[in-house]
Write a protein that binds this ligand. Structure first.
Ligand SMILES: Cc1ncc(COP(=O)(O)O)c(C=O)c1O
Length: 361
């Protein structure tokens, strides 16, 4: 395979658009005539401030973020936000509602319990997280400070196809689908995402917060996790993840060139449609998620036996289709089809699956 790029179906960190990597490589040692790499720049320098401001402005424009909301870049990934959300928002009433529809929303609820009372408004554990609750199935409590849900369940391959409503601010973990389709930002009090899927290299979380929600954090909240401090300091209370923010800027420019979020949505429909159509007609492979809840980002599927699954993953890798193994807690297979996955990659995967099916059924 040598220097060729391969199709990487990893759930994250995952593929970045090739033009973005090439651009980053071309300015790696000397950014814009500055004589230095972005990695080497002071975060207080004018050159870096321009990168930062453009990244933020472009994210605002791309996601159509209203003026009521602030954009923050924070460290600690999405997991850091499990704690930050609870520490910053729970104090208002001491109670929060959580929908548990997979591993990460379960972890978020568990973390929140350290800081107040958690009411489980929905739990799909019994259905092995193959479904997403409908609005009328949510058991929302009165007096909750916020309602938290995970918009795309990376491990189980399910995705909310609507923005849930609650009588309190709605908080979403959009780690694995932010930037892949238009989002109702105004319908959310807070959105956060670990950036390592659709947005940038691992190492940061993007946070979009209704500014009116900041300022009532628990006294024990670390300064670095305080939304109020981060808003006041424009995400530069301390040294921000400078290179990640630069990479995010390059990705956002690429998203614009590809038609913005409408363009990304078209592509995600095309990619996932190719694979689901094949799965629906397959005699060997079955789809894990219920049809009503299928994710357009992470497609989960399996054969009838774990041994055959393992052989599939191994033989696919030999064809340059890598990281197709399911998450260790569920097994089977998972194809993550984030923004940077070319449609050709999915076509190649489907062709390989057709051939594998012929040989093994
Ligand atoms: C939906 C979701 N939430 C949270 C996380 C945890 O993210 P991080 O590793 O950035 O803490 C992940 C990671 O894959 C995820 O997919």
């Amino acid at each position: 395979m040598g220097n060729e790029r391969i199709y990487n179906f990893s759930a994250g960190p995952s593929m970045l658009p090739l033009p973005v990597l090439e651009r980053a490589a071309s300015e790696l040692t000397n950014f814009n005539g500055s004589g230095m790499s972005v990695m080497e720049m002071s975060h207080r320098s004018k050159a870096y401030q321009e990168i930062f401001d453009e990244a933020k402005a472009l994210l605002r424009r791309t996601l159509n973020v209203p003026e009521s909301h602030e954009i923050l870049f924070m460290q600690g990934g999405a997991t850091g936000q499990f704690a930050a959300v609870a520490m910053n928002l729970m104090g208002r009433t001491g109670l929060a509602d959580y929908a548990v529809t997979g591993n990460f929303s379960g972890l978020a609820a568990k973390e929140a319990k350290k800081y107040g009372q958690v009411h489980i408004a929905a739990d799909t554990t019994e259905q092995k997280h193959t479904v997403i609750p409908r609005q009328q199935e949510l058991d929302l409590s009165t007096g909750a400070a916020y309602f938290h849900y995970c918009a795309n369940n990376t491990i189980y391959g399910t995705e909310w196809d609507y923005t849930p409503r609650a009588g309190c601010p709605v908080v979403a973990d959009m780690s694995s689908n932010l930037l892949s389709k238009p989002v109702d930002v105004a319908g959310h009090g807070l959105i956060y995402a670990g950036v390592q899927k659709n947005m940038a290299p691992a190492g940061m979380a993007a946070v979009i917060i209704d500014k009116s929600l900041a300022g009532s954090e628990l006294p024990c909240t670390p300064t670095i996790l305080s939304y109020k401090t981060m808003i006041d300091k424009d995400s530069m209370y301390n040294t921000p993840p400078t290179y990640n923010i630069y990479m995010l800027l390059l990705v956002l420019r690429w998203v614009q060139e590809m038609g913005g979020l409408a363009g990304m949505e078209e592509l995600r429909k095309e990619r996932s449609g190719l694979l689901y159509d094949f799965l629906d007609n397959s005699r060997l492979f079955t789809c894990c998620a219920d049809r009503s809840a299928r994710s357009k980002m992470n497609v989960t599927f399996r054969t009838a036996s774990p041994e055959l699954d393992a052989r599939f993953v191994k033989e696919a890798a030999q064809q340059g289709l890598v990281s197709l193994g399911g998450h260790r807690i569920v097994g089977g297979m998972r194809a993550s089809l984030y923004n940077a996955m070319p449609v050709e990659g999915v076509k190649k995967l489907v062709s390989f699956m057709e051939a594998f099916e012929l040989q093994n059924s």
